[in-house]
Ligand binder design. Structure first.
Ligand SMILES: Nc1ncnc2c1ncn2[C@@H]1O[C@H](COP(=O)(O)OP(=O)(O)OP(=O)(O)O)[C@@H](O)[C@H]1O
Ligand SMILES: [Mg+2]
Length: 240
């Protein structure tokens, strides 16, 4: 986050993610997001919940630039997405990490290689890359599996690898789209513990989930989205 100097006073930006009156239509008929305005501050951990088809993944995909909105303005980590050129997308990748329900690891690369690949955009030398990958793989407790391929991992191990890949470059923001969707309850909790730890370093986390127990236990900020609109935003929210 940059510091803004105004009248000699240093002011830190107040938000890490901001949606201003954002609308996303698919084709002419599907209104996936309607006039969404939203601020998320640096260091927050926020859940997005809501029925299937409500617009949760659409909102996350707009933040990664997989989708562009039909109208509105979005800012993430001081990057104005509405002004971002395709050639600037690597700078967005450095600031925003993503994890998915189905991991999206490369099957022909080892655990180590999958994570190391994420650092290629960062302009680091091999020695630095090896050090960073070792550090993060130890942290997510998967170092002993570093030479295995994704198909040889359990679901929890695959998700920990995917999280390591998403955060190895120390992004400001981590987006997670149903990261526990394919995991058993115990493994889901271990993933949440890991996300909580990443959040404690100062990483802002925005996570879409259908996991009622996790949302109700952790008492974080909860955004409820229905038919493309945020219908509730509560500080220590519940999944209702
Ligand atoms: N590529 C697409 N083309 C057309 N319509 C789409 C596309 N992706 C999503 N939609 C529609 O947009 C709406 C929002 O979808 P989205 O995937 O954001 O929902 P979601 O809240 O993530 O749902 P789920 O909980 O099932 O993952 C839905 O009506 C969906 O059918
Ligand atoms: Mg979704």
């Amino acid at each position: 986050m940059t510091n803004l100097v105004k009248n000699g006073i240093v002011k830190s930006s107040l938000y890490m993610i901001r949606f201003e009156q954002t609308t996303k239509k698919y084709g002419t008929n599907t209104l996936a997001l309607e006039d969404v305005s939203l601020d998320i501050k640096q260091g927050e951990f926020v859940f997005i919940v809501g029925p299937s088809g409500a617009g949760k993944s659409t909102l996350l995909k707009i933040l990664t630039r997989e989708l562009t909105p039909t109208s509105g303005k979005i800012t993430v980590a001081d990057i104005d997405l509405t002004k971002l050129n395709d050639k600037d997308i690597p700078s967005l990748r450095r600031k925003v990490g993503v994890v998915f329900q189905d991991f999206k690891l490369l099957d022909d690369k080892t655990v180590f290689e999958n994570v190391a690949l994420a650092l290629e955009v960062l302009d680091k030398n091999d020695e630095e890359i090896n050090k960073m990958v070792e550090h993060i793989l130890k942290l997510v407790e998967i170092w002993d599996k570093k030479n295995l391929f994704p198909k040889q991992l359990s679901g929890g191990e695959a998700q920990r690898t995917a999280i390591a890949r998403a955060v190895v470059g120390k992004p400001d923001v981590l987006l997670a789209d149903e990261p526990t969707g394919d995991l058993d309850p115990k493994t889901a909790w271990s993933v949440l513990q890991l996300l909580n730890e990443i959040n404690s370093w100062g990483t802002t986390i925005l996570m879409a989930t259908h996991n009622q127990e996790i949302v109700n236990t952790l008492k974080k900020r909860v955004l409820v989205i229905k038919k493309g609109k945020i219908v509730k935003d509560s500080k220590e929210g519940k999944y209702e």
